[in-house]
Write a protein that binds this ligand. Structure first.
Ligand code: IMP
Ligand code: MG
Length: 177
């Protein structure tokens, strides 16, 4: 599969993704019984994951979207920009952040810092993919879809330079050897 100018190989197919999302949703439904969580999805990457996850949630809930970017093409630029688009009052709310992928953990730790300063009642993270559990360990990720190796991935909302978000499955970059 070619995305822009690079070759990618099938890594996690959509049935496998759907199955795992149902398991994540079941865990969240159980943990949040009697509560009304506010999901906050981080754009752009998590839009497809968020859409599928939220439809498997059965507890009364709300969803909102924020934006923060740290990636320049295939490399982390290292400078995480500030959060934009948070219109909800999250004070005293049970907030669940929806992320597509956690790599260095910089983006998510910045979000956690900002949300904590706004007085959430509770704050948890659901991430479809976690690249390096050890490295992102300083931020506890309650719900993880798949732990994956360091390689760059695209599809199912994740992009390579803006391309590939539309792919149903997740593909992994395979440089020619
Ligand atoms: P972190 O701040 O290094 O944890 O980077 C997190 C963000 O980088 C994610 O929300 C993604 O948007 C992006 N990202 C990290 N790894 C990948 C990847 O393999 N493919 C596409 N985007 C990625
Ligand atoms: Mg993202």
């Amino acid at each position: 599969m070619k995305v822009k100018d690079k070759d990618f190989q099938l890594f996690i197919d959509h049935q496998h993704i759907a199955g795992r999302i149902n398991e994540l949703a079941a865990a969240i439904n159980k943990d949040y019984e009697g509560k009304t969580p506010l999901f906050i999805a981080i754009l752009n990457g998590s839009f497809i994951f968020a859409a599928d996850l939220i439809r498997a949630i059965s507890v009364p809930s709300q969803i909102s979207f924020v934006k923060v970017t740290s990636y320049d093409e295939m490399e982390s630029t290292g400078n995480v920009k500030s959060l934009i688009g948070l219109n909800e009052n999250i004070f005293n709310r049970d907030v669940i952040i929806i992320e597509d992928i956690i790599d260095t953990g910089r983006t998510i730790s910045k979000m956690v810092e900002e949300f904590n300063s706004l007085g959430t009642k509770s704050l948890e993270i659901v991430s479809l993919l976690v690249k390096n559990k050890e490295r992102s360990q300083n931020t506890a990720i309650k719900y993880t879809g798949f732990e994956i190796p360091e390689e760059f991935v695209v599809g199912y909302g994740l992009d390579y330079d803006g391309y590939g978000r539309n792919l149903k499955d997740i593909y992994q970059y395979k440089p020619h050897s």
